[in-house]
Ligand binder design. Structure first.
Ligand code: SF4
Ligand code: SF4
Length: 122
């Protein structure tokens, strides 16, 4: 690239909008259609296990006796099968990434679990 071509590129870039976002001051806005992560309305869940059976990667574990539903976020490929097969419509695909977690044990185990009885008490 010649000096004049480079100067032209630099000067034109000075008057253009930035190509990147000023993150985290300006967080990225995702389209509603983006498949980010699965969330559950645990109070509606009947622990039928349909989501576990339909999950192609085995990311979901349902323990009916303990009324426990758990997901391994790093195993999820965001296919939405579980949400589409849930008879109680309690699984939903959110358009943001899985929230960060400060608990090192949970990150290593990469498991989010929700206890229905705990939720009922709170
Ligand atoms: S399919 Fe729905 S109701 Fe059944 S265990 Fe999964 S989340 Fe609960
Ligand atoms: S979105 Fe797909 S991969 Fe992820 S938990 Fe649901 S069925 Fe499994």
């Amino acid at each position: 690239m010649s000096f004049f071509q480079m100067a032209k590129t630099v000067l034109s870039s000075m008057f253009k909008k930035p190509a990147t976002l000023n993150y985290p001051v300006k967080p990225r806005e995702y389209d509603p259609i983006v498949r980010g992560h699965i969330e559950i309305e645990i109070e509606k869940c009947i622990f039928c296990g349909m989501c576990q059976r339909k999950c192609p990667t085995g990311a979901i574990k349902v323990e009916r006796a303990e009324k426990r539903w758990a997901i391994e976020p790093f195993d999820c490929i965001q296919c939405n099968n579980c949400a589409e097969s849930c008879p109680k419509d309690c699984l939903h695909m959110h358009n943001t990434a899985t929230p960060a977690n400060e608990n090192r044990d949970l990150i290593r185990d990469a498991r989010i679990s929700v206890d229905a009885e705990d939720n009922k008490d709170s």
